[in-house]
Write a protein that binds this ligand. Structure first.
Ligand SMILES: Cc1cc2nc3c(=O)[nH]c(=O)nc-3n(C[C@H](O)[C@H](O)[C@H](O)COP(=O)(O)O)c2cc1C
Length: 197
């Protein structure tokens, strides 16, 4: 059974990215995947303290809700991550999660001594984001961060769904075509993962 981890990075429970991700989750479930959902705003997670306790074992030493997310991040076949654009990057909730995954960086490059030039993606991820403005470069910085983040997870950034000009909670409901696209992406992600095996 394909295991997918769906991470909601918005502080809004029923905001634009959450509704999009929910659709992608629905698509994945309909394709037979087992989907576990994590709402970051419900977790107690400290930011990275840069103490590098993870240098010894590859595991972050801060004992909080990140510990369960870490195990799930390692065991899933695919990831769906959704975050709104806040100041041209991801939400603080999402960024905290990303920074805590520096423990995986330490595991990979310090402990396992993986050669940097031989990175191989063994899993696939979908990234969903939304911003209020229209700028051409709205997602540029975020995509760079997300690419590096996914790489540390051995995850190919399989597809990004990026939507502009959505601001108020549920603005997305005025765009059923975006919701449909997210639903289809959820389905297609499962096919893409199956085809990897
Ligand atoms: C703290 C904060 C910072 C934001 N920064 C940006 C920004 O830099 N660019 C932009 O286009 N929208 C920005 N927005 C607007 C959100 O991206 C927009 O409202 C989005 O639809 C929220 O998605 P959500 O409903 O999934 O949380 C910001 C909103 C907040 C609350």
């Amino acid at each position: 059974m394909i295991k997918i981890l769906a991470i909601y990075g918005s502080p809004r429970r029923k905001g634009n990215t959450s509704l999009l991700l929910k659709k992608a989750v629905q698509g994945a479930i309909e394709e037979g995947a087992e989907v576990e959902e994590i709402i970051l705003r419900d977790l107690k997670m400290s930011p990275c303290l840069e103490i590098y306790g993870c240098k010894e074992t590859g595991r972050c030493v801060i004992q909080d809700d990140f510990q369960q997310v870490y195990d799930k991040l390692l065991s899933c076949h695919g990831l769906m991550l959704a975050s709104p654009i806040f100041f041209y990057t991801v939400s603080a909730h999402t960024k905290i999660l990303m920074d805590r995954c520096q423990s995986l960086w330490a595991k990979k490059y310090w402990l396992e001594k993986a050669p940097i030039e031989k990175r191989k993606a063994t899993r696939k991820g979908l990234f969903i984001s939304v911003g209020a403005t229209k700028g051409k470069r709205l997602f540029e910085g975020t995509l760079l961060s997300i690419r590096y983040f996914f790489e540390i997870l051995d995850m190919e950034l399989w597809r990004s769904l990026l939507y502009r000009s959505l601001d108020l909670e549920r603005d997305i409901l005025g765009h059923p075509e975006y919701l449909l696209e997210a639903y289809e992406a959820g389905k297609e992600l499962i096919h893409a993962i199956k085809n990897m095996e």
